[in-house]
Design a protein around this ligand. Structure first.
Ligand code: F6P
Length: 332
C-alpha cells in the first residue's frame, strides 16, 4: 500500500497541526500508511520519524505550533544533505512527501527532486502570507488576529495617555501582516515594504512628524504606527529615536515578535489546513508532482513549485488605497 510522509518546515504557523491531522485522516481512510519526519528536513537527514495515526493527531487540531516540530535546515543547502534526505526516503519506501512550509521549504523540495524519484507536494504554511498562487497561507489569519487583539489592548492604554505608539509586527520581508493588522486596528500609519522603501525613509519621517503634530493639534488622542519588522534601519527603537530627534515627539515601542506565531489557530486556518491536507492526499492519488496546493476563490489550485518560489504576492492595492483614505479621513 502507498506510503506517504509529511514534514513541517521553516517558521511554524498555527494550523500546521490541522494540516498534519487532515493528511493523516485522509491516508487512514484510503488505507495508506502515513509517517511524519521531525524537525523539518533535519528529520529526513537524521532519520527521525514517527507513525502518524488518527489517535495521535486528533487532539492537535486546536493546537498551535507543530507536533512534528520545525526547523530551518542548513544541510539542505548542501548536496550531501540533500542526498542523505533522499536516502532516508528510499529507505522507508516513501511514495510521496508532503511539505508544509514557506518558500524556503519549497526550495528544499526543488533540490530533493534532483535526488529522489517520489512525488513531492507542498502546502503553504507561514504566518507571512508571502506565497503567490494562494489567497492566504495557513497561519496568516491567526497571526493577524493575535496581533490585532494585542494592538487593541495597546490602543486602550495609548488613548488613556494620548500617546504615540510604534508597534512592530512580523512578516520578514513582506507587508501582509502589517497591512492587515494596521487596517483592522485603525492604525494612523502603516509602514511597510510597499509604501516605505529605503531611499524614502527621510521623506517618510517628515510626513510622519507633520502628521503626528497636525493630529495632536486637531484632536488629542493616540497615534498608532504599525511598522513591519526589517523595514526601518535599526528597527522600531531607531524610529522612536528619530521621531524624538526630528520633532521632539515622544513615543512608546512594542515589538510583538513571536507571540504572533503561537496560539490556537482561528477557525479559518483550521478549515484551510484541513481542506489542503485532504487535497494533498488526493493529489498524490492523482499522480501530481512538484506542485503547491493553494486555495484561490474557494477552489484548491495546484501550481508548479518553481513558480511559487519565483513569484511574489504583493499586498492588494485596495489595501494601500484603504490606508491612504483612512489617513486623510483622520485629519479631516
Ligand atoms: O517566516 C515566519 C517568521 O515568523 C517571519 O515573520 C520572521 O521574520 C521569521 O519567521 C523569524 O524567524 P525566527 O523565529 O527563526 O527568528
Amino acid at each position: 500500500r502507498p506510503k506517504i510522509a509529511v514534514l513541517t518546515s521553516g517558521g511554524d504557523a498555527p494550523g500546521m497541526n490541522a494540516a498534519i491531522r487532515a493528511i493523516t485522516l485522509a491516508c487512514h481512510s484510503s488505507g495508506y500508511s502515513c509517517i511524519g519526519f521531525f524537525h523539518g528536513y533535519n528529520g529526513l537527514i537524521d532519520d527521525e520519524w514517527c507513525e502518524l495515526t488518527p489517535r495521535l493527531v486528533n487532539p492537535t487540531l486546536q493546537q498551535g505550533g507543530t507536533l512534528l516540530k520545525s526547523a530551518r535546515c542548513k544541510a539542505m543547502l548542501t548536496s550531501d544533505g540533500v542526498k542523505q534526505a533522499a536516502n532516508t526516503l528510499y529507505k522507508h519506501d516513501i511514495d510521496a512527501l508532503i511539505v508544509v512550509g514557506g518558500d524556503g521549504s519549497f526550495r528544499g523540495m526543488l533540490e530533493l527532486e534532483k535526488e529522489w524519484r517520489g512525488q513531492l507536494i507542498g502546502l503553504p504554511g507561514t504566518i507571512d502570507n508571502d506565497l503567490a498562487h494562494c489567497d492566504a497561507t495557513i497561519g496568516f489569519a491567526t497571526a493577524v488576529q493575535t496581533a490585532a487583539s494585542a494592538i487593541d489592548k495597546i490602543r486602550d492604554t495609548a488613548n488613556a495617555f494620548e500617546r504615540v505608539f510604534i508597534v512592530e509586527v512580523m512578516g520578514r520581508h513582506s507587508g501582509h501582516i502589517a497591512f492587515a493588522v494596521g487596517l483592522a486596528t485603525g492604525a494612523e500609519a502603516i509602514l511597510s515594504f510597499e509604501n516605505c522603501q529605503p531611499p524614502q525613509h527621510d521623506a517618510i519621517l517628515s510626513e510622519l512628524t507633520t502628521a503626528i503634530t497636525q493630529q495632536q493639534q486637531v484632536r488629542h488622542g493616540s497615534y498608532l504606527i504599525v511598522c513591519a519588522e526589517n523595514l526601518w534601519p535599526g528597527g522600531a527603537s531607531a524610529l522612536q529615536k528619530a521621531l524624538k530627534e526630528r520633532a521632539a515627539i515622544d513615543s512608546a515601542v512594542c515589538i510583538l515578535g513571536h507571540i504572533q506565531r503561537g496560539g490556537s489557530p482561528v477557525v479559518n486556518d483550521r478549515l484551510l489546513a484541513s481542506k489542503l491536507g485532504l487535497a494533498a492526499v488526493e493529489a498524490v492519488e492523482q499522480q501530481q508532482h512538484m506542485v503547491m496546493l493553494g486555495e484561490i476563490a474557494g477552489n484548491v489550485v495546484a501550481t508548479a513549485l518553481n513558480a511559487t518560489v519565483q513569484d511574489h504576492k504583493p499586498v492588494a492595492s485596495f489595501w494601500l488605497k484603504a490606508h491612504r483614505s483612512a489617513l486623510k479621513g483622520d485629519l479631516a
